[in-house]
Design a protein around this ligand. Structure first.
Ligand SMILES: [Zn+2]
Length: 399
């Protein structure tokens, strides 16, 4: 049976069939079974009845830490205090204590219209963390609805123990994961990065870094990663999250780094909720805010994403699993305009980085998976009422 949707606006960045932004962006949509069969432009001047998005993709989460803030308390802006708070809590984590928290997070993401997530999993111990086993179970349980990727999260100095580092990389490979690493002003970074890239090469792993999450001008890990990516020809296989310090470096320095990041095909992910919370003063009104230079990055040709990061843990005690909240906050905090042009940062761009079979751009024959926002355009989507949505997956309305 054919099913139809009338007069929805499709943002230019989400159209696989071209066409320009503006008044001619309103279409009728038809689907049959699990695929879209026709996308037809409406006559000029047809008012939009909703804003069409492909299902959301959340590129940077921490499902093992989520919903712990009631136990740990909040770190009020102190990243390294948050790290200590979660370390104390982590000592008691078991599969049984992790499963309900992680499951609840995935359910909330699904309810908001998410189709894929990538979560970091703390890996600070000599043996395999129980969260890795839980994520394997959940990946299986959710496989028809959500694609789940995971990244091991280890501080870069832990890779100094080469024997352990090889064991870690083998375990990540065996579990279908991505090799991850936390870097902040670590001494001897080029040497240490060489080890990380050696492992990526040896075990054919993608890389995902937490890098420069702070406001020291000399936090320049992003540039080192870009240089190493180019040297080692690992272009297109590296993601970097945070890069807050880029915002306090000179425009010239930042431009040089971003040119290298673009050349290296690195995806840059901004995490506005957590970074607004953790960066800037807590004893007075914060002035520097720690959002990385998203507009400059995009202009330089870098693939840019927005993601949810921490939810209800000591790093960020608030929040929810709705990437559109991260998008709206990013639009306001980083002055991203027009807002509608940045909707690909929570749909197409992260889908491309995750290597999903469908990149989220609409075309005849693409999956009948979509979200219809109550908003009629990107500006209305900035208000909570505009972000109310209906979700269709595999040709069936689920809300
Ligand atoms: Zn993170």
């Amino acid at each position: 049976m054919n099913t139809e949707l009338h007069a929805v606006r499709i943002p230019a960045a989400l159209r696989g069939f071209g066409g320009k932004a503006g008044a001619d962006a309103v279409f009728n949509l038809q689907w049959h079974g699990e695929h879209i069969t026709a996308i037809t432009p409406c006559p000029a001047g047809t008012p939009a009845q909703g804003l069409l998005l492909s299902p959301l993709v959340d590129l940077h989460l921490h499902l093992d830490k989520t919903y712990t803030v009631q136990d740990t308390g909040a770190a009020n802006g102190d990243l390294f205090r948050a790290i200590d708070m979660i370390a104390a809590h982590r000592a008691g984590w078991t599969r049984e204590s992790l499963r309900p928290r992680m499951q609840r997070a995935l359910q909330e993401a699904w309810d908001h219209g998410v189709r894929a997530v990538r979560t970091h999993i703390d890996w600070m111990t000599p043996d395999r963390p129980p969260a890795v086993d839980v994520i394997a179970e959940l990946r299986q349980a959710w496989r028809e609805r959500l694609q789940i990727q995971w990244v091991s999260l280890t501080a870069v100095d832990q890779f100094d123990d080469t024997e352990w580092a090889h064991w870690l990389a083998r375990a990540v490979k065996a579990g279908g994961g991505v090799l991850g690493c936390f870097i902040y002003r670590h001494p001897g970074l080029p040497r240490r990065l060489r080890t990380v890239f050696d492992l990526a090469e040896a075990y054919d792993l993608e890389l995902d870094f937490h890098v420069d999450e702070g406001l020291h001008v000399d936090a320049t890990g992003l540039r080192s990663i870009a240089e190493m990516t180019l040297q080692r020809r690992w272009q297109g296989r590296v993601t970097c999250g945070h890069a807050c310090s880029l915002s306090v470096q000179t425009a010239d320095d930042a431009q040089q780094t971003l040119a290298l990041v673009a050349q290296a095909g690195i995806t840059l992910t901004a995490l506005p909720t957590t970074n607004l919370y953790l960066q800037g003063s807590w004893s007075e009104t914060p002035v520097p805010r720690g959002i990385t230079r998203l507009s400059e990055a995009r202009t330089a040709g870098v693939r840019t994403c927005l993601a949810s990061d921490n939810v209800a843990d000591p790093f960020f005690p608030y929040g929810c699993y709705d990437p559109l909240e991260a998008w709206a906050l990013g639009v306001q905090a980083a002055h991203l305009a027009p807002a509608e042009d940045w909707l690909d940062s929570v749909t197409v761009a992260p889908a491309q980085t995750m290597g999903l079979a469908w990149d989220g751009r609409f075309n005849k024959g693409c999956p009948a998976d979509f979200i219809v926002l109550d908003a009629h355009d990107g500006l209305q989507a900035m208000a909570p009422a505009g972000r109310r949505r209906r979700i269709c997956r595999q040709g069936q309305w689920i809300t």
